[in-house]
Design a protein around this ligand. Structure first.
Ligand code: ADE
Length: 229
């Protein structure tokens, strides 16, 4: 999979993909993330990519022209499945969207900045608008990193343990059950006996029950879908 990110602050995205699982995905050739500085596509001699709002109002607006030029540059090289705009007024990101996007070949992600982007970019180029939650960040770079990470870890071969992504919270509509590792006792705090019993059927039942109880307590909203199935 290839993901091209268009950003006004590309340096913000240097680190997130250079470590750990995302780096491994890149090293294995499973995920290529290319970050582009939108300023490189400005025709303005000061490399300006934003301007004042028509009609007045506080805050600068990202201009359509450099984004159009960047998009044309990319489209000339390959077809893209989605042009995603990261914005707090987009659709809230959920696991099922990550799952769906992980099946695509090529994605573009545009990071919003300043007050946002000229509406014509959203009308004519953008195919998906994604928010990572109901709060406002200073730009779309961190949200883009969140999205790429959430997709990248789902690509076959990226996670060492193949079953690992499937047992994540949300994958079956429930939160994940509690987990433990050695030592079996610490400060007098033990590990549930069943997990040390070696009885895999019982362990599975315990995990399912714990996942259900945890979801009921912390995220009862998730159970609405689950109980209906
Ligand atoms: N840009 C600023 N805040 C954002 C958010 N919550 N989600 C996506 N993009 C954003």
């Amino acid at each position: 999979m290839r993901i091209d990110i268009l950003s006004a602050v590309p340096d913000l995205l240097k680190s997130p993909f250079a470590h750990s699982i995302m780096q491994r995905a890149n090293d294995k050739g499973l995920l290529e993330v290319v970050v582009h500085d939108i300023r490189d596509f400005s025709t303005n001699k000061h490399k300006q990519i934003d301007d004042y709002q028509f009609g007045g109002g506080a805050g600068m607006v990202m201009q359509i022209e450099p984004i159009d030029r960047a998009y044309k540059f990319l489209k000339a090289q390959r077809d893209y499945d989605e042009f995603i705009y990261m914005t707090p007024d987009g659709k809230r990101l959920e696991q099922k969207t990550c799952n769906r996007l992980s099946l695509k070949q090529n994605l573009i992600i545009l990071c919003g900045h300043y007050k946002g982007v000229d509406e014509r970019v959203r009308e004519h180029f953008v195919t998906m608008e994604i928010s990572i939650g109901d709060y406002v960040l200073s730009g779309g770079e961190l949200p883009a990193a969140v999205l790429v990470d959430s997709i990248g870890r789902l690509l076959p071969g990226v996670l060492g343990d193949e079953s690992s992504a499937l047992t994540d919270s949300f994958q079956d509509g429930l939160l994940a059950p509690p987990i433990y590792t050695r030592p079996a006792e610490y400060n007098g705090w033990g590990v549930p006996e069943v997990l040390r019993s070696g009885n895999f059927k019982k362990i599975e039942q315990w995990r399912e029950e714990q996942a259900y109880q945890r979801t009921k307590k912390r995220r009862p909203d998730l159970l609405k879908d689950w109980d209906e199935e």
